[in-house]
Ligand binder design. Structure first.
Ligand code: B1M
Length: 653
C-alpha cells in the first residue's frame, strides 16, 4: 500500500497495512528555505520531493499561503478570510459592483474593497521573518472592519461571491502527489459563517463581547457570509475531489461548547451530509484544547479530526482521544511538536513517546501519525526519521494493545483543585459578576456602601474574590472566554461605583502592582494574553498591555521607563518562545532585571522552560498568572516607579 491508499483507508475507517505517517512539512519547509537551513541533501528539492525521498506521506491539509506571497491579488483575498490554494479546485469571483483593488508596499499588500455602497481599506502582510518562524498565514495588520457598522459592506461582498470550479488546478495537485499524498480540497478556513466572522473580522476577544451585546446584527452579518458557505456546499455536492477540509482552530475556551453547538456543529453536519453519500471524507482542523468539545465534534459527523494536539500541549492524552473518537472518526496528528525540538526534549523522550503512541492508538484503526500542528523550522530533521524507523519496526496493523504507561497523563491538579473561597455575604455580588450583569453589580456595590461596608472590603472580598472564582471556573473548564470577559466588564462597573470612596483609601487596597504585558515578537496570538490582562486588572493590578509581536527591545525599554513590578510574556508558538529568553537576558544587560519579576505563559510554555530561562514565575492559566503575580509582589518585587509616582502625587495632594 502507498501512503495515499493507507491514509484514505484510515479516513474511511478501514484498517491499512501499516500506520500511515506524514509529518506535515509545509511550515518547516517555508521557514528553512527562507533562512537557508534546509538539510544539505534536500537543498534543491520541493517539499513533495523531500517527503518522497524520505518515504513519508505528503501532508497538504491546511492553510499554507506561501504560494500566495508572490501574488498581491491572491494575498488580498485573505483580508476577507478567503483562501483558494490550487488544490481547492475552485476560484472565487465577485459579482457586479464589488471588487478588490490592491497594491504592494514592500511585504505589505494594501487593499481596497470597493462596493456600490462605499469602500473599506485593509492591509495584510506575509514577510520572510514570519516564514522563518514557520508562519504561513498572512497577518491582517489593518482589518477591513474598523467601525462596527462596516460589516454591512463586507456582507455585500460575501453576498456577491461565487464559487467558480477550477478542477484543472486540483487535478494538477493530485497528479503531483501521486500515490504519496491525499489531495484534500480546503473548502474554508472557518467552519461556519459566524465562526468566519469570529476569526477574521473582529479582535480575538472583542468578538465575544459583540456576540453578547450585538447578537442580532452579527446574525444578520452571518446570514450574508452564509451565502458563500451555501455555494461551497453546492460545489462539493458533485466536485470530484478525494477529501475535503472544512474549517478549524477549535478550542474549548474560544469555540466553547454552547457556541460550537449553535454556530459550528450545524455547518459541519451539513458538509458531512453533502459528502457522505459519495464517501468523500470530511476533515476539520481540531488543533486546540478539545476536552469540552469531544462529544460535539463526534456528533457533527466529520470523518477526521486533523492536527490533533494532545498532552502536553493540551490537557487530553492521545489515549483519551483515541478511546473517545476512534469508533467514529479518524485522528490525524498526535505527536506534539516539542518531541522533535532538541531544546525541548531529548531523543529518548521522543522514543518513549513513540512507544506510548503505539500502545495508545492500538489496534491502529482510524489514525494517521503526524507532528502537530506542523513540524516547526527548529525541528531536528533526524527525529522525523526516528519516528519513521519506529513505525517501520513496530507499526504493522493491527497493533496489539499492551499496558499503557501513565507518564503521559495530564496532571489532574487543576481539575481536582478546590474553588477559591468566597465570603458568603457577597454571594449576590458573585452571582451578578458571574452573570456579567454590570448594572446589578454597580447597584449592589452602592447598596453595600450605604450599609456601611468599606469600599476596600467590597473590592477585595466581593469583586476581586468573585473574579478569582470565575477565573477558577475558566481554568477547570466550567466557564469560557466570554464569561471571563463579561465578568471583568461587570467588575469594572462595580469599581466605578466604588471609585469615589476608593480614591480616598490610601494606601491602595491589597497587594496589586503593575504588570507590563505582551505577546512576544513574531507571535500574533492574543486571546490568552488578553484574558490574562483582564483577570489581572480585575484582581486590582495595573496592566500596561503592549499588544502582540512585541520586540525584546520594547519590553526592555518600557520596563526601564516604567519600572513595573512584573514583566509578563505570552507565547503560543514554539518558534517564538526563545524570544522570552532574549527578553530576560536583555533585562539583565540593561541593569533592570533585579527590579522586576518575569512571568511567562502560553500553551507551549512549561514550568521547566520558565526555570530554564530564569523567569521568576510560570502561569498555566490566567488564574495562575494572578496568583503568581500576587505571590511575587507580596514577596517584594521591586521597581514600582509608576505606582510610587502615583502614591507620591497622592501624598502631595
Ligand atoms: Co495558532 N497555533 N497559529 N492560531 N492556534 C496554535 C498555538 C498551535 C498550538 C496549534 C497546534 O499546534 N495544535 C500552533 C503552534 C504549534 C507550535 O508552535 N508548537 C499554531 C500555529 C502553528 C499557528 C500558525 C503558525 C499557523 C500558520 O501560520 N500556518 C499561525 C501563527 C500566527 C502568528 O502568531 N503569527 C497561527 C494562527 C492562528 C490564528 C490566527 C488562526 C488563531 C489566533 C487568533 C488570535 O489569537 N487572535 C490561532 C488559534 C486560535 C490557535 C489555537 C487553536 C488556540 C489558541 C487560543 O487562543 N487558545 C492554538 C492551539 C493551542 O493552543 N493548543 C493554536 C485559547 C486561549 C485562552 O488559551 O492562549 O493558551 P492560551 O492562553 C491561556 C494559557 O496559555 C495562559 O492563560 C490563558 C488563559 O487561561 N497564558 C498565560 C497565556 N499567556 C500567558 C501569560 C502568562 C500566564 C499565563 O503570564 C504572563
Amino acid at each position: 500500500m502507498g501512503f495515499a491508499e493507507r491514509a484514505l483507508a484510515a479516513l474511511k475507517g478501514e484498517l491499512p497495512d501499516t500506520l500511515p505517517y506524514a509529518p506535515r512539512l509545509d511550515l518547516w519547509y517555508a521557514g528553512c528555505r527562507t533562512s537557508g537551513t534546509l538539510p544539505r541533501e534536500h537543498e534543491e528539492k520541493t517539499v513533495e520531493e523531500i517527503c518522497r525521498s524520505e518515504g513519508w506521506g505528503i501532508y497538504r491539509l491546511t492553510t499554507d499561503c506561501t504560494h500566495l506571497s508572490d501574488s498581491a491579488e491572491d494575498m488580498a483575498m485573505t483580508c476577507l478570510g478567503l483562501f483558494t490554494p490550487p488544490e481547492a479546485g475552485f476560484k472565487l469571483s465577485f459579482g457586479d459592483g464589488v471588487r478588490l483593488e490592491c497594491r504592494r508596499k514592500g511585504f505589505e499588500v494594501h487593499i481596497s474593497l470597493l462596493t456600490e455602497a462605499g469602500s473599506l481599506e485593509a492591509v495584510v502582510e506575509l514577510n520572510p521573518g514570519m516564514l522563518r518562524r514557520g508562519i504561513t498565514v498572512p497577518w491582517v495588520k489593518r482589518p477591513l472592519i474598523q467601525r462596527f457598522d462596516d460589516w454591512k459592506l463586507v456582507a455585500t461582498a460575501f453576498e456577491s461571491l461565487t464559487v467558480v470550479p477550477d478542477l484543472a488546478s486540483y487535478w494538477r495537485v493530485q497528479e503531483l502527489l501521486g500515490g504519496d499524498g491525499v489531495a484534500v480540497s480546503p473548502a474554508c478556513d472557518a467552519a461556519s459563517p459566524m465562526h468566519h466572522i469570529q476569526k477574521w473580522f473582529f479582535g480575538g476577544t472583542e468578538f465575544f463581547v459583540l456576540y453578547h451585546d450585538r447578537r442580532a446584527e452579527l446574525e444578520e452579518f452571518a446570514a450574508s457570509v452564509g451565502h458563500f458557505y451555501e455555494r461551497l456546499l453546492v460545489f462539493y455536492a458533485d466536485a470530484p475531489v478525494e477529501a475535503v477540509m472544512w474549517g478549524g482552530n477549535f478550542d474549548s475556551a474560544i469555540t466553547y461548547p454552547p457556541y460550537f453547538e449553535a454556530q459550528i456543529l450545524p455547518w459541519l453536519s451539513r458538509a458531512a451530509n453533502v459528502l457522505r453519500p459519495r464517501r468523500v471524507p470530511l476533515l476539520t482542523h481540531c488543533d486546540g484544547e478539545n476536552r469540552k468539545l469531544m462529544d460535539l465534534v463526534r456528533r457533527s459527523g466529520v470523518d477526521a479530526a486533523e492536527s490533533v494536539c494532545p498532552y502536553p500541549m493540551t490537557s487530553l492524552t492521545l489515549r483519551e482521544y483515541y478511546v473517545q473518537w476512534s469508533a467514529d472518526l479518524c485522528i490525524v496528528g498526535g505527536i506534539p511538536a516539542e518531541y522533535v525540538i532538541p531544546e525541548r526534549t531529548s531523543e529518548d523522550e521522543l522514543l518513549g513517546y513513540m512507544d506510548y503512541l503505539l500502545r495508545a492508538v492500538a489496534p491502529g484503526r482510524r489514525f494517521i501519525a503526524g507532528i502537530t500542528d506542523a513540524v516547526p523550522p527548529s525541528a531536528d530533521f533526524d527525529r522525523l526519521r526516528r519516528i519513521q524507523e519506529v513505525i517501520d519496526r513496530r507499526g504493522r496493523l493491527p497493533l496489539s494493545v499492551g499496558p499503557i504507561p501513565d507518564v503521559f497523563a495530564a496532571p489532574e491538579t487543576m481539575r481536582a483543585s478546590q474553588a477559591p473561597r468566597h465570603v458568603a455575604e457577597y454571594a449576590a455580588l458573585l452571582e451578578a459578576v458571574g452573570a456579567g450583569d454590570g448594572q446589578r453589580v454597580a447597584g449592589l456595590c452602592r447598596q453595600l456602601l450605604v450599609q456601611g461596608r468599606a469600599a476596600a472590603d467590597i473590592l477585595e472580598d466581593g469583586l476581586i474574590a468573585a473574579m478569582d472564582v470565575i477565573g477558577w471556573r475558566f481554568a477547570v473548564g466550567e466557564a469560557f472566554v466570554p464569561d471571563v470577559l463579561l465578568a471583568a466588564r461587570a467588575i469594572e462597573a462595580g469599581v466605578q461605583a466604588l471609585e469615589g470612596p476608593l480614591d480616598t483609601a490610601e494606601p491602595p487596597p491589597r497587594s496589586a502592582g503593575i504588570v507590563l504585558l505582551g505577546t512576544v515578537k513574531g507571535d500574533l496570538h492574543d486571546i490568552g494574553k488578553n484574558l490574562v490582562a483582564v483577570v489581572l486588572r480585575a484582581a486590582g493590578f495595573k496592566v500596561i498591555d503592549l499588544g502582540t509581536d512585541v520586540t525584546a527591545g520594547v519590553f526592555v525599554d518600557k520596563a526601564t521607563e516604567l519600572r513595573p513590578h512584573i514583566v509578563g510574556m505570552s507565547a503560543l508558538l514554539t518558534t517564538t518562545m526563545p524570544e522570552m529568553e532574549r527578553v530576560v537576558r536583555l533585562l539583565t544587560e540593561a541593569g533592570v532585571r533585579d527590579d522586576v519579576r518575569v512571568i511567562v505563559g502560553g500553551a507551549p510554555v512549561t514550568e521547566r522552560f520558565a526555570a530554564d530561562i530564569c523567569a521568576d514565575g510560570y502561569g498555566e492559566s490566567a488564574l495562575d498568572a494572578v496568583s503568581v503575580a500576587r505571590r511575587l509582589v507580596a514577596a517584594g518585587a521591586r521597581g514600582t516607579r509608576v505606582w510610587e509616582d502615583r502614591r507620591a502625587s497622592a501624598v502631595r495632594q
